[in-house]
Design a protein around this ligand. Structure first.
Ligand code: LMR
Ligand code: SF4
Length: 512
């Protein structure tokens, strides 16, 4: 097994940096469907650009490299203890090399282990089989989409859809609802794995197992094949679109599996995966551990078309572009409206969960008056001179900061926050009262945004670990869309409302 460590290192690096071809094909098809010039089309262009940049830089597609989860099928007699040790070593090395973000934190204290190793991380699952080779697969599923997983216990009442009973049609309603409730927060357009049956644990297990299926495979069960096709077609009629901006493509894949249950329980478990669907696999020689074959990567190179979606002159004119540089005044903010595209130059400060809690109880280490907060936990690398360089830096889900955001903006005079997925009524009210704006960046576009960051000018609160620290970033041409303005408008609230109306069209029974 002399090559096993090296094979696992390659599997980790490829999974983090090289999006599988079956996923690329689904994204390319979605890009063709969106009308040029819309916000969704522009977002998809940024996404495909980002995928290419990750290829070229061999850097993480998204900064959140998730909870690494390995699934291995091994011949009888293979030494699982040795394999586990090699996998852990490869994880630590890939983290050191900036291919994975240090993502393993103590659940209670929040202390980051720094190397992605710790109790329960990474997840490694073994199964024995009769074949004479090793099948090793890895999925890097980030936190934003993981938080949008959902489990239904049938029968239940669902917003928009009414009663979901204990039958195929009830299952259909749950799956449609799961896509609606995710909105853009799991970085749509997404992929879902569905597990029918089992208990709460094995149901989710089965749902996640479905994410290892190929995007273009066909379910062997006729009833489930029909259900998969139905969901894929109709979920795209909800109008949630890329990043929840509205549009034609909300879902890129739906895979459903079923296992037995016990009479009292009827679970439908849904695992939501963002467009940055990073899962790969290899077949290995069981003696040496060398890679014999890569999975999911067959077929031609995928051409995403032009880097920028073309738009008609009329559409271009309807999108207003504004350049902002901090410190920003209240007047500048009041001029911004939902739909405006903002290009930012100059300074911004990262702040996510730990910083928001900290700022709610303490003074800020820097003057934030007129400044911009970026909800982001980057991947950083230190060079020999002790200088930090950004390896990946896309936005994180903003709604987690909802309890703090409005108060913090008012207290410190912050004028703009950048994140993804939108925020709730409390923040919207604060934006209106204080004169603030919420800017939506494209989730997962970590290479694209890293490229806009010209230098790291400093860092505070490093005790929270790399992703949670407050990084002082100097940016150029950092582009985001105003989705909540200081006049009480929220694109997120609008899309939520209209998609709920559309969801209710799927109330009537379809599968008898
Ligand atoms: O943790 C992050 O950087 C992002 C996270 O995956 C999210 O989607 O919110
Ligand atoms: S930021 Fe978006 S693309 Fe990245 S892991 Fe989170 S949900 Fe996925």
């Amino acid at each position: 097994m002399e090559n096993f460590y090296e094979s696992m290192y390659k599997l980790i690096v490829e999974t983090s940096t090289n999006l599988p071809k079956d996923v690329r094909r689904a994204i390319a098809a979605a890009k063709l469907r969106e009308s040029a010039g819309t916000r969704s089309a522009m977002s998809l262009a940024t996404i495909t650009n980002n995928i290419k940049m990750a290829d070229d830089n061999i850097s993480p597609i998204c900064q959140d490299t998730g909870l690494p989860t390995f699934k291995l099928k091994v011949p009888v007699g293979a030494n699982q203890l040795k394999m586990k040790e090699d996998i852990k070593r490869a994880i630590a090395q890939a983290t050191k090399d900036g291919k994975l973000r240090p993502n393993s934190v103590d659940s209670i204290t929040g202390k980051n282990s720094g190397d992605n190793l710790g109790d329960g991380t990474p997840v490694i699952k073994f199964e024995q089989w009769e074949k004479d080779y090793i099948d090793a697969r890895l999925i890097l599923k980030g936190g934003g989409c993981e938080n949008k997983n959902i489990q239904y216990s049938l029968p239940c009442e669902l917003e928009g859809l009414g009663r979901a009973g204990r039958d195929l049609d009830g299952i259909r309603k749950c799956i449609m609802h799961s896509v609606y409730q995710a909105q853009g927060q799991g970085c749509s357009a997404g992929f879902i794995g569905v597990g029918i049956g089992g208990d709460r644990t094995s149901g989710y297990e089965l749902a996640k197992e479905q994410l290892f299926r190929r995007v273009d495979d066909v379910n062997e069960r006729e009833d489930l094949r029909k259900l998969e096709e139905y969901v894929l077609e109709h979920a795209n009629e909800l109008g949630i679109g890329t990043m929840g901006f509205g549009g034609e493509t909300t879902l890129l894949g739906c895979k459903i599996g079923v296992i037995n249950r016990i009479p009292a329980s009827f679970f439908v478990s849904v695992a939501y995966n963002c467009w940055a669907y990073r899962r790969l696999g290899v077949y290995l020689n069981p003696e040496t551990g060398a890679i014999n074959e890569w999975l999911y990567q067959d077929g031609d190179e995928v051409d995403f078309g032009q880097a920028e979606a073309t738009s008609t002159e009329e559409q271009q004119q309807s999108v207003r572009e504004v350049v902002l540089e901090a410190p920003i005044t209240e007047e500048q903010i009041r001029e911004l409206k939902v739909g405006d595209v903002v290009r930012i130059n100059g300074m911004m400060y990262t702040g996510r969960d730990a910083i928001h809690k900290y700022l709610s109880e303490n003074d800020s280490p820097v003057d934030l008056n007129g400044q911009i907060i970026y909800h982001c936990g980057p991947v950083m690398m230190k060079d020999e001179d002790g200088k930090y360089h950004v390896k990946a830096a896309g936005p994180t889900t903003s709604i987690r900061e909802e309890p703090y955001q409005g108060d913090i903006m008012k207290r410190f005079g912050i004028r703009a926050v950048i994140g993804k997925g939108g925020m709730g009524p409390k923040t919207l009210k604060a934006l209106q009262e204080h004169g603030g704006v919420y800017l939506n960046a494209i989730g997962g576009a970590a290479q694209y945004y890293a490229d806009c960051i010209k230098s790291v000018e400093g860092v505070d609160l490093m005790q929270f670990g790399i992703p949670e620290a407050m990084w002082h970033l100097k940016v150029e041409g950092f582009t985001a869309v105003v989705t909540m303005d200081s006049h009480g408008n929220s694109l997120h609230a609008d899309v939520d409302k209209s998609s709920l109306e559309k969801l209710s069209k799927f109330k009537d029974p379809v599968f008898k």
